[in-house]
Design a protein around this ligand. Structure first.
Ligand code: SAM
Length: 283
């Protein structure tokens, strides 16, 4: 299986959390700060009917350097962090040790998780910035479903494919496809967590529309239980596309609204939450 983005992620995993980026503050995580955003928190609450992840087996798919893995382990989950980047997993283990929590790690491609993980997890948690690296969404969904127990839940919180279309807002540039098709190649400096970082990498990214994601869920043997589209977030995952409103929430508006200002324009979807349950095989 080809892994076109491997070098990119190895580079970012070595850089993130070393004190030079806006998202990964190791010291505050280690000292007890939780890394889950309100959307992720709410998704877990909905998936577990409010009881949370304590006592559950959670696989964190594409865990990167393990911030959310550690936050869920702190809540009492038995967490297995999965990523194809050995550097990311080594960093996650190191930070978990500093934070004093247990964390298992498995280096694997999320499109083809090892069979040793089959039927082992209550929750498969995958959030913000995972699907755009996946060329074959059906493989990813089938692989993720396979490691869930019957009745286990997929908790997917992602950037909305609508907003992903836009690379810039002023000027408005729509430079990424809405649905799957031709992969998008990029080469340049920096990371989403620090655009000025002094390294050059290249990537290949893949668009997946909301209907493609929902259909992949169905094809994988999951039953969709919740699909929410969010117009506001606690941070801007792109770093520079969203408006920061007075209530501290980020929103996406284009053009102008009824009073001729952008502030009154309708807000557009920027993230979604998808929850689904693994159905027992009937044939
Ligand atoms: C944007 S990060 C996820 C960020 C995570 N939500 C966080 O809060 O840190 C994407 C992760 O996906 C991993 N990744 C990309 N493609 C992968 C694949 N095919 N299999 C496994 N991991 C992959 C990268 O190594 C990276 O750690």
């Amino acid at each position: 299986m080809e892994t076109p983005n491997f070098d990119h992620w190895e580079t970012l995993a070595a850089f993130h959390g070393t004190g030079s980026d806006r998202f990964y503050d190791v010291d505050t995580l280690v000292s007890g700060k939780d890394s889950l955003s309100d959307l992720e928190e709410n998704a877990i609450a909905l998936a577990t009917y409010g009881s949370g992840v304590a006592g559950l087996d959670v696989v964190h798919i594409q865990s990167h350097i393990g911030f959310d893995s550690i936050s869920m382990a702190r809540r009492g989950a038995r967490v297995t962090a999965v990523d194809f980047s050995p550097t990311a997993l080594a960093r996650a283990s190191e930070i978990a040790q500093l934070a004093g929590v247990a964390l298992d790690t498995v280096q694997a491609d999320s499109r083809d998780l090892p069979h040793s993980l089959d039927d082992r997890f209550d929750i498969a948690y995958a959030t913000i910035g995972v699907l755009c690296w996946i060329d074959d969404l059906d493989n990813w969904m089938a692989s993720t479903t396979r490691v869930l127990r019957d009745g286990g839940r997929l908790v997917l919180v992602e950037i909305h494919p609508f907003t992903n279309v836009f690379g810039s807002r002023d000027p408005l540039i729509a430079d990424f496809p809405y649905r799957s098709g031709v992969p998008v190649q990029w080469s340049g400096t920096g990371s989403y967590a620090n655009p000025n970082a002094d390294f050059v990498t290249s990537t290949e990214e893949y668009a997946h529309s909301l209907s493609e994601i929902v259909n992949a869920v169905h094809h994988a043997g999951l039953s969709l239980t919740t699909l929410l589209e969010h117009d506001d977030m606690a941070y801007d995952p792109h770093g520079d596309i969203l408006d920061l409103d007075d209530d501290g929430r980020y929103r996406f508006r284009i053009g102008v609204g009824p009073d001729g200002t952008r502030g009154s324009a309708s807000t557009l979807p920027i993230a979604f939450t998808l929850l689904a349950t693994k159905r027992p095989a009937i044939i």
